[in-house]
Design a binder for this molecule. Structure first.
Ligand SMILES: Nc1ncnc2c1ncn2[C@@H]1O[C@H](COP(=O)(O)OP(=O)(O)OP(=O)(O)O)[C@@H](O)[C@H]1O
Length: 636
């Protein structure tokens, strides 16, 4: 059995399959290119945050040049805001507006310096320690742990108090705050780095001989950027607040103007008692507005840095007219509107699932019509193969059938009806969240692409299987749940003593079988398997496929088996649907697909597998039984 090699002569067609599709329901694209594509969408939160932060920063930069000397004393004493003094004067006649301009600059400098220093320190100790490991990590961890257990504020007070007031400028305070403020962030970064360094792409970079500094800066650092950015923002806010607190205690930057020192002098000048709101109000408001602005930007940081988290906006058509909205998922009476499903599939089986004219579109800047007018009927106990080259829409179809698709994917039209064993029809596109939760897994389960990595590494196999039972069958006793878990493991030929193992203690094939066992736990009527054996070697793959056929024969569930491996499907399936660029181009019994393929694309797919015509394709060429023959129940 070979994997699908790139189809000769089909490069354009393959590109067409993956290319954004402009269809009647897909509005004209207004794609962003280059750097613009990297920009986040302008959410109100981000806009307000940026306006606040940039406005205050601008005031801090140019304000001090436009105002007079903030320390100049005037004999007019404390006066309310007026045309001459926009924010009034202090007890000693100093201009509050002039003080505010210098104070905002001072506080922002403290915040910026602390933000930069604390982020550098936390990145250095957290990321380097986490990646290098060993003695370096232990040393760095010890240091950050020590910094964490020392109570922060008293330490800041001691350090700040140690520096004589005349030497205590804003930079001294900033240094003290940075030294005491990096440890918690370093711990988080270390934990994240430990997890990232075991990822496959980092291992691949290591094997490829990349230097350590490059692995850290190119493979690991970009994944930590959202964390670093929010830690920076948090450090800036915390520093401005801490400086204000220190100054309020008289331990702040004695010879500098900051918002904290302004509040300190306002308090010492009895501004509250004199109800001189113009003295203590503006600095307090500035701190609140700047913190608020940074927090709002912080909300958008993940979206800015991680393209996966960007919420796609509906794309407007040229000329400002909104695009024709995709019809919403049918509700309520959708089953009635859909063409009635045949009671029996073509081969005489009862129908368990019927998909009619399903359309799924990824509503991105360049909408992708990934599933086009697909209609398929799954018979009870049938194995339906879904074949087609990469990107033709197989996974999108499977997800939409199970309502697992997420924005930007939208079901534009069509229906998916489940014909229950008990007689009722269930319109899957009309189920609400709770109905869907009860339906999934109990009646239709799914084995995902790369399933062997879907098990949680820190939870035992038993707990993971047990979770499914406790969720769907809360009345089942503990003993009965254990017995059912053992039973399904036996069904997939994994020793039940493995129940208490953790995923890493099992081989890839065993993990795959456990996932299939999990999908069978609730005795579903349909199982969708999305390339469940792709990552496995051929021998293990065949073993698992044989189990699937045996289990189907024993338990009678239907299977939708998705793969690009057409020869495998020919051996496994009753019927095969061949997909191309989102459409089902041929849908027929497996024998017919093999013997009399009608569509040129099916012929092209078949022709691309050398084993079909070579020595090893005996079953395919002659119809002779192979070790993997349908309805064969013999164990490996
Ligand atoms: N989140 C997304 N946003 C935009 N387009 C997407 C998204 N996910 C998938 N697509 C597009 O939808 C089309 C179908 O993708 P799908 O993953 O369903 O293909 P597939 O046949 O399952 O491929 P494979 O066998 O490689 O998994 C592709 O053109 C793909 O680029």
């Amino acid at each position: 059995m070979t994997n699908l090699s790139p189809l000769t002569g089909s490069a354009d067609e393959g590109a067409a399959a993956a290319a954004p599709v402009k269809s009647a329901s897909a509005p004209p694209s207004r794609g962003r290119s280059g750097m613009r594509a990297l920009l986040p969408s302008w959410s109100p939160k981000l806009v307000i945050g940026l306006v606040l932060v940039l406005g205050i920063t601008l005031f801090a930069i140019i304000g001090p040049w436009l105002v007079g000397d903030p320390d100049a004393i005037d004999s007019i004493g404390m006066t309310e805001p007026s045309g001459e003094y926009w924010l009034g004067t202090t007890q000693t006649g100093q201009d509050v507006f002039a003080q505010l301009a210098h104070a905002v600059r001072g506080s922002l400098l403290v915040g910026l310096v602390v933000g930069i220093l604390a982020t550098i320190l936390s990145a250095l100790f957290g990321i380097i320690g986490g990646y290098v490991g060993g003695a370096v990590d232990e040393g760095f961890s010890l240091l950050s742990n020590v910094m964490l257990v020392i109570p922060g504020l008293p330490l800041v007070i001691v350090i700040a108090g140690f520096v004589p007031p005349q030497d205590r400028g804003w930079w001294t305070v900033a240094l003290v705050l940075a030294i005491t403020g990096w440890a918690a962030a370093a711990r988080v970064l270390r934990a994240q780095t430990l997890s990232l360094r075991n990822r496959d792409y980092v291992a691949a970079a290591r094997v490829a001989g990349e230097k350590r500094w490059r692995i850290v800066s190119v493979e690991i650092l970009p994944n930590l950027l959202p964390l670093l950015a929010s830690q920076f923002v948090f450090a800036v806010i915390a520093a401005i607040l801490a400086e204000a607190g220190l100054s309020f205690l008289g331990l702040g930057a004695a010879n500098s103007h900051t918002l904290g020192t302004m509040l300190y002098y306002a308090q010492n000048g009895f501004a509250l008692q004199y109800e001189a709101w113009w003295w203590f109000g503006p600095p307090g408001l500035m701190i609140a507005l700047f913190g608020c602005g940074l927090s709002l930007i912080n909300f958008s940081i993940d979206e800015i840095i991680n393209p996966k988290l960007r919420v796609p906006k509906p794309v407007a058509a040229k000329g400002g007219t909104p695009p024709p909205a995709a019809p919403p998922a049918p509700v309520g009476g959708a089953a009635a509107q859909a063409p009635p499903a045949p009671a029996r599939a073509a081969d005489g089986r009862d129908v368990v699932l019927s998909v009619r004219d399903l359309n799924v579109i990824y509503q991105t800047e360049n909408p992708v019509h990934a599933v086009k007018d697909v209609s398929i009927t799954l018979g009870r106990g049938e194995i339906l193969g879904l074949a087609g080259e990469s990107g033709c829409g197989k996974t999108t179809l499977a997800y939409a059938v199970n309502r697992l698709h997420r924005p930007p994917a939208e079901v534009a039209s069509g229906s998916v009806i489940f014909h229950d064993r008990d007689g009722g029809d269930i319109d899957l596109l009309a189920l609400d969240a709770e109905e869907l939760r009860q339906f999934r897994w109990a009646k239709l389960s799914m084995v995902f692409q790369g399933a062997m990595n879907s098990l949680n590494p820190v939870i035992s196999i038993h707990e993971q299987l047990d979770d499914v039972l406790t969720t769907h069958k809360p009345d089942m006793s503990k003993q009965a749940r254990r017995e059912r878990c053992e039973e399904v493991l036996r069904l997939v030929r994994v020793d039940p003593t493995r129940l208490d193992s953790f995923p890493h203690e099992l081989s890839g094939g065993m993990r795959q079988r456990v996932m299939i066992a999990m999908a069978m736990l609730l005795d579903p009527q349909v199982m969708i398997m999305d390339e469940p054996t792709t990552a496995l070697d051929v021998v293990v793959q065949r073993g698992i496929l044989r189990e699937i056929i045996r289990l189907r024969d024993e338990l009678g569930f239907a299977v939708v088996f998705i793969t690009h491996d057409l020869p495998m499907l020919l051996e496994l399936s009753d019927r095969i649907a061949v997909m191309r660029a989102g459409e089902v181009v041929e849908y027929a019994p497996a024998e017919q697909i093999y013997e009399r393929p009608e569509h040129p694309y099916t012929r092209q797919l078949l022709g691309s597998f050398p084993s079909l015509t070579g020595e090893r394709g005996a079953f395919i060429r002659t119809g002779e039984s192979s070790p993997l023959t349908k309805n064969e129940g013999a164990p490996r």
